[in-house]
Design a protein around this ligand. Structure first.
Ligand SMILES: [Zn+2]
Length: 267
């Protein structure tokens, strides 16, 4: 490719970021123009959490994650120093998935396990709602190649008992398959959790967080800086899993959103 063409593409891309696709449903994403780029970057909040804001064309654009349990059709986003902005969402019925887990304690945890689960849920809540200053990285790749076996949002029955809806994408892959960072970021936590097993959390800036679960091996440490495609661990079946796969979650303003929305413009 000629040099001048590369240069003009670079200039063109300055304010045209790769963005996740919009889908105004529970578990989806909404884009809301907030202010002209000539204004300082606005501070935006939704449902009590800070919202990712990116420069796009000539505007500051809020990229809002809609909680899976949202009810009603009109939502409000708060902008510091402005009136709230109302926006519509549509209902969505997610399908039901039935799973059988052999380890009974992973389905009906004993008291000791319950205490551990509560501690881990508090920590995970802090990790997914983390908002660090800086530019958001939103140009994602799929962390492992493979078939999506558990789609985001499925209503789950585990051993016939209702459980939380599925908060990520499950990708089938053999144990040991390298797991790649979906985009550049910082490792903010690694752990062995009761449900998600060996888990890595990455912070991609300004409220964009990704999480990788059930790993057989973790190959990064808290504080590491990773580039897109860097290997962070290996596929496994640790925690509550029916078999080897990667569970991949993406959080915007602390809410799990459908990771597929970040990949829909990719091959
Ligand atoms: Zn999963």
């Amino acid at each position: 490719m000629k040099k001048w063409l590369l240069l003009s593409m670079a200039l063109y891309s300055a304010n045209v970021l790769a963005l996740p696709r919009e889908n105004p449903v529970p578990g989806g994403i909404v884009h809301i123009p907030i202010a002209p780029l000539s204004d300082p970057a606005p501070i935006v909040q939704y449902a009590g959490n800070r919202v990712t804001v990116v420069p796009q064309d000539s505007q500051w654009l809020a990229i809002i994650g809609i909680p899976l349990d949202t009810e009603g059709d009109t939502q409000n986003v708060n902008v510091q120093g402005q009136e709230p902005i109302a926006f519509p969402i549509q209902p969505k019925q997610y399908k039901t998935q039935r799973i059988t887990i052999k380890d009974k304690n992973k389905v009906e945890p004993d008291d000791e396990s319950t205490q551990r689960i509560l501690r881990e849920q508090m920590l995970q809540q802090q990790l997914k709602t983390r908002f660090s200053v800086g530019e958001a990285q939103l140009d994602f790749i799929k962390p492992v190649p493979g078939r999506d076996t558990g789609r985001f949002g499925l209503k789950r029955f585990i051993n016939n008992q209702p459980r939380n809806p599925h908060s990520g994408m499950d990708i089938a892959a053999a144990t040991g398959t390298p797991v790649k960072a979906t985009t550049a970021g910082k490792v903010i936590h690694t752990d062995d959790f009761f449900f998600s097993g060996n888990t890595v959390y990455l912070d991609h800036g300004a409220g964009v967080i990704s999480m990788y679960a059930h790993l057989s091996e973790i190959q990064v440490e808290t504080g590491d800086i990773v580039q897109q495609g860097d290997i962070i661990g290996k596929v496994g079946s640790t925690g509550r899993a029916t078999g080897p796969h990667l569970h991949w979650s993406v959080y915007l303003n602390g809410e799990a959103v459908d990771p597929a929305l970040f990949l829909s413009n990719k091959k």
